[in-house]
Write a new protein. Structure first.
Length: 422
C-alpha cells in the first residue's frame, strides 16, 4: 500500500463538541496532520482513566480525536493569537464549528485567514449557516434541534404518534461527514487551480440533504408531502421494517406485487401462497391498509421457527432483504464486523490497548485508520511549535510559564514517559 490519501495535508482543528471534531477525525484517519487548537479548560487534567471509560462522558473525546495533536494556547493572550496566526500561514485547512462572533473575535474569520494564507481552505459548520436562524447567528443549535428542524424527526416515530429523535448524535456526525467531503473537494480544486476557498455548512441542510425520499418528493410536488412517519414499518411499501421474531427482532423488506415479487417469495417461505393474490394483500397499498394483519401473519411465522438464525437462513435463501436488529454489544462480538475490521486496537499510555471504531472505507492503495490515541490537553505543544515555528524547548517552556501555553499534568507525563505502563 502507498501513503495515506491526505498525507502532507496540515489541518488546524478549532472545534468543540461533536460536529467539528468528527469532521477533522475523518481527515486524521486519512493521514492528515490534524493539530487540535485547544484552550485551557477545567476538568481536563486527565482525560483517559480506567474509571472514565464506563461513563457517559468518558469516550466521546477519545472517539472523535484519535490520532490528532493537541496545542493548548490562550487565544485571549496576544502572544497566543500570534502563535495561531503563524500556524495559519503554513496550514492547508482550517476547520471550526463556533458561532460567527467567536472566530471574528480572534481574527480567525475567512477574510483574516485568507490575508495570512491565500491558499487556505476554511470550513465552518454551524446549526443554521453563517446567517443564523431568522438572521440571528447566535441562535444555538444542537443535534436534536437540527433533527427536528431538518424534517428528520418528522419522518421518524410511530405512525400517528409524536416525532422521534434518532440517537447516536447522527445530526452531528452527518454534518461532520459533509464537512470532510467538502474539504476534500476543495483540496482537489486547489490542487488544480491553486485557489483556496470558504465552505459554509449548516447542520439542518446537511440532514435535509440526506433525506432521499420525503423532502425530494415534497419539493418536486410543490410542497405536497407523500411520505409520512414510518414507525416500525414503512408508510409507502409494505412489509418493510422491524418485526418481532422468536428471540429478537428482524428487519425485512418484502414488497411488490405478483408472483415474481419479494412479497410472493415471503409468502412461499411462510407456506402461504394464498396470500399472493388475496385482494387484501395484493399490493403495497393494500397491505398498508391491512398492516396489523400482515404484521401478525409474518411475526407468527417468524416466531414459529426454532430460532432467529433459522428464520434469517430461510429469508436469505429466498433472496429476501433481511437482517437481525443488533445491539452494540452484539455488533462488537459479531464475526462479520470482526472480519471486516470494524474495530481497531489503539495503545493508550494510561489504559493499555483498547479497541476503537475504525473508519468504514477500505481503500486498496491509501489505507485509512485511527492513527494513534487521542491527545491529552497540550500534549504536543513542544512538538508542534518546534516543527512548525522552530521554537526551542526553552522558548516553549517560557511561554508555558507566562500562561500563553498550557500543558496538563497528564500531557506532561506522556511527553516525558510515552509508555507509562512499561
Amino acid at each position: 500500500m502507498g501513503p495515506a490519501s491526505l498525507e502532507g495535508v496540515k489541518v488546524l482543528d478549532f472545534t468543540a463538541a461533536f460536529v467539528g471534531p468528527f469532521c477533522s477525525r475523518i481527515m486524521a484517519d486519512m493521514g492528515a496532520e490534524v493539530i487540535k487548537i485547544e484552550r485551557p479548560v477545567d476538568n481536563q487534567e486527565d482525560r483517559f482513566t480506567p474509571e472514565s471509560l464506563p461513563t457517559r462522558n468518558g469516550v466521546p473525546y477519545l472517539h472523535l480525536n484519535g490520532g490528532k495533536k493537541s496545542l493548548c494556547v490562550d487565544l485571549k493572550n496576544p502572544k497566543g493569537l500570534e502563535i495561531l496566526h503563524s500556524l495559519v500561514k503554513q496550514a492547508d485547512v482550517f476547520v471550526e464549528n463556533f458561532t460567527p462572533h467567536v472566530v471574528r473575535s480572534y481574527g480567525l474569520d475567512y477574510p483574516s485567514l485568507r490575508a495570512l494564507n491565500p491558499g487556505i481552505i476554511m470550513c465552518s459548520m454551524t446549526g443554521y449557516g453563517q446567517e443564523g436562524w431568522a438572521y440571528n447567528p447566535e441562535h444555538v443549535c444542537t443535534d436534536p434541534i437540527a433533527q427536528a428542524m431538518s424534517g428528520l424527526s418528522w419522518i421518524t416515530g410511530e405512525r400517528g404518534g409524536a416525532p422521534y429523535t434518532i440517537g447516536g448524535g447522527i445530526g452531528d456526525t452527518i454534518t461532520g461527514m459533509a464537512g470532510a467531503l467538502a474539504v476534500g473537494y476543495a483540496l482537489f480544486h486547489r490542487q488544480r487551480t491553486g485557489v483556496g476557498q470558504y465552505i459554509d455548512i449548516s447542520m439542518i441542510e446537511s440532514l435535509l440533504f440526506v433525506d432521499s425520499l420525503g423532502m425530494p418528493h415534497t419539493a418536486a410536488n410543490g410542497g405536497v408531502p407523500f411520505h409520512y412517519r414510518n414507525g416500525k414499518q414503512n408508510t409507502y411499501t409494505f412489509p418493510m421494517g422491524v418485526l418481532k421474531a422468536r428471540d429478537g427482532y428482524i428487519s425485512i423488506q418484502a414488497t411488490g406485487q405478483g408472483p415474481q415479487s419479494a412479497w410472493a417469495r415471503l409468502c412461499a417461505c411462510m407456506d402461504r401462497p394464498d396470500l399472493i393474490e388475496d385482494p387484501r394483500y395484493l399490493s403495497d397499498d393494500d397491505r398498508l391498509a391491512h398492516g396489523d394483519e400482515v404484521v401478525a401473519i409474518v411475526e407468527g411465522w417468524l416466531q414459529s421457527l426454532p430460532d432467529d438464525d433459522a428464520a434469517l437462513l430461510v429469508l436469505a435463501e429466498a433472496r429476501i432483504s433481511s437482517g437481525p436488529v443488533l445491539s452494540q454489544a452484539q455488533i462488537y462480538e459479531h464475526p462479520h464486523f470482526r472480519g471486516r475490521g470494524a474495530f481497531q486496537e489503539v495503545e493508550y499510555p494510561e489504559l493499555g490497548t483498547i479497541e476503537v471504531v475504525s473508519p468504514p472505507y477500505k481503500f486498496s492503495e491509501t489505507p485509512a485508520q485511527v492513527r494513534g490515541p487521542a491527545p491529552q490537553l497540550g500534549e504536543h505543544n513542544y512538538d508542534v511549535l518546534a516543527a512548525n515555528l522552530s521554537m526551542s524547548p526553552e522558548e516553549v517552556q517560557a511561554l508555558t510559564e507566562q500562561g500563553v501555553l498550557y500543558e496538563s499534568e497528564a500531557a506532561r507525563r506522556r511527553r516525558l514517559a510515552p509508555s507509562l505502563r512499561e
